[in-house]
Design a protein around this ligand. Sequence first.
Ligand code: ADP
Length: 148
Amino acid sequence: MEQTFIMIKPDGVQRGLVGEIIGRFEKKGFTLKGLKFITVDRAFAERHYADLSAKPFFNGLVEYIISGPVVAMVWEGKNVVTTGRKIIGATNPADSAPGTIRGDYAIDIGRNVIHGSDAVESARKEIALWFPEGIAEWSSSLHSWIYE
Ligand code: ADP
């Protein structure tokens, strides 16, 4: 089964969107495999966003991510990376369709509430970075009601 890394960013936590966001992934049928509530430091945020270090918005992005606690999660399911990105919506909330998380709850690109891995390989790297201790070993008993 595919896994993805999802993070509710500090604005999502401050705005009380944690339950709403977790509920969307749960109700879709995906399985929660890891979850922690943490504030990361600058070095860690820079590692997470290392691929964007040359971007003009990089410093502002790092400041944003370290500005408060985040909810870091691992979700599992068929095509969860791609489908998770669809649930989240386009990077810029101005382009995110209504019904997506960013389309419903965000306005500015630099306060877009949530992160989701963009590929299976980046998900693997991000899960290893955020959950070095490993993740829960369990399988949902709802499996046969969700998958044919
Ligand atoms: P995504 O988070 O959708 O995978 P990117 O990896 O391109 O998007 O960018 C990472 C994050 O950096 C975005 O979610 C957003 O918070 C921020 N970001 C991207 N582009 C800009 C921008 N032009 N100005 C400010 N912040 C940006």
